[in-house]
Design a protein around this ligand. Structure first.
Ligand code: KG4
Ligand code: ZN
Length: 350
């Protein structure tokens, strides 16, 4: 019998079906991700019903392939960890049912993992343990929130978006600019060719000491910048509005200016949270943590604050089961196992 703790992790909270085997909370033996991005691209965002159906089709083969490529016998697993909250309810249920079935058939403990905690743990996957206390910014297509973290499983919410998530804003702005889906990677790429000061887009909720975020006004500002303000009289001799009248360099300027506005707000709130917590570590997690502008700004901030910056490897920014199995190890060590009546929850209360 091995003295290592192998956890099988399952993730299906949104549009990635993923299964991983991770040893001792960090060493990834396998991490299989079936992305549905092509299925949702034509809709410009994730369609929940399509997502759940695609999870059903993918889950068995994803699990089989993760177990096979890890080369660990099922009887050597210490637990099955599954993201059971928050997320799309129909999607979560597919991973949860698969996890319960495996736990029951193989007589293994079941661990229900908070998907956000897993993102905040993702820099430790295939890497060094994190040092606490930490401030974590988790920004993705579904979430944008700041946490004080005292361990991988002790997180306290400091602030969150009151409307759109940062990644959602990237996706919607990319759609306004005709850049396709998902928006984050393409905006990040073309922002390098644009001028971030070309358009002065709004930075919301900066007054006072709020740690909450709002990105819907920014998205609307981009929409009005591109298409004009609905109903407003236009002076004669102004250029035609509409994305079809923009040059590639106009589009790059808008992308760069939009990204600068998002990164500014994320950086300012991260700094505010760090002033309160005095952390040893700043953590980024979630799809938006792949953003090159955000990574650069966070590195500068961490340098000024004198704390460590821990970023997930690019492949662990997006949803993946390695982070679920990784943080699941810490749940298991703390005795936080669940019964087969474990529920999926779409939201987690503040
Ligand atoms: O964590 P994730 O895979 O799924 C959710 O839980 O939402 O995040 C996906 C989101 C999408 O909105 C995508 O546009 C965004 O992350 N994203 C990025 C970048 N790469 C992905 N946003 C900004 N810059 C990027 N490089
Ligand atoms: Zn996520």
């Amino acid at each position: 019998m091995s003295d290592r703790t192998y956890i099988l992790g399952i993730e299906s909270s949104c549009d990635e079906t993923s299964c991983a085997v991770v040893a001792d909370g960090g060493e990834v033996l396998s991490n299989v991700v079936a992305s549905q991005v092509d299925l949702h691209a034509k809709f410009g965002g994730v369609v929940p019903e399509i997502a759940s159906r695609a999870h059903i089709e993918a889950i068995n083969s994803v699990i089989a392939s993760a177990i096979e490529s890890a080369s660990v016998d099922v009887d050597q697993f210490s637990a099955v960890a599954v993201a059971n909250q928050p997320g799309l309810i129909g999607s979560l249920l597919i991973g949860l049912m698969a996890a319960k079935t495996l736990a029951w058939v193989h007589n293994l403990p079941l661990v229900g993992v908070n998907h956000i905690y897993a993102h905040a743990y993702s820099p430790a996957v295939d890497s060094e343990p994190l040092e606490y206390p930490a401030v974590a910014l988790v920004a993705s297509g579904g979430h944008t929130a700041l946490y004080r973290c005292d361990s991988p499983i002790e997180l306290q919410l400091l602030g969150a978006t009151i409307d759109d998530a940062a990644g959602e804003a990237f996706d919607k702005v990319a759609s306004i600019l005709g850049l396709g889906y998902p928006g984050g990677p393409v905006i990040d790429k073309i922002a390098h060719e644009g001028n971030p000061k070309a358009v002065d887009f709004p930075r919301s909720l900066l007054k006072g000491q709020s740690l909450d975020f709002s990105f819907s006004g920014l998205k609307t500002a981009v929409l009005y910048h591109v298409n004009g303000v609905p109903g407003a009289l236009r002076k004669p001799n102004l250029p035609e509005v509409g994305v079809e009248n923009l040059s590639d360099s106009d589009i790059a300027d808008i992308a760069a200016s939009f990204q600068a506005a998002v990164v500014d707000v994320l950086k300012i709130k991260l700094r505010r949270a760090a002033k309160i917590v005095a952390p040893r570590t700043l953590i980024l997690g979630g799809g938006v943590s792949a953003n090159s502008g955000l990574r650069r700004a966070a590195a500068v901030l961490a340098g000024k604050l004198g704390c460590k910056l821990r970023l997930p490897a690019l492949k662990y920014c997006q949803d993946n089961a390695a982070m679920i199995a990784g943080v699941g190890y810490h749940y298991l060590k703390a005795g936080l196992t669940a019964g087969l009546d474990l529920d999926a929850r779409a939201t987690v209360s503040r």
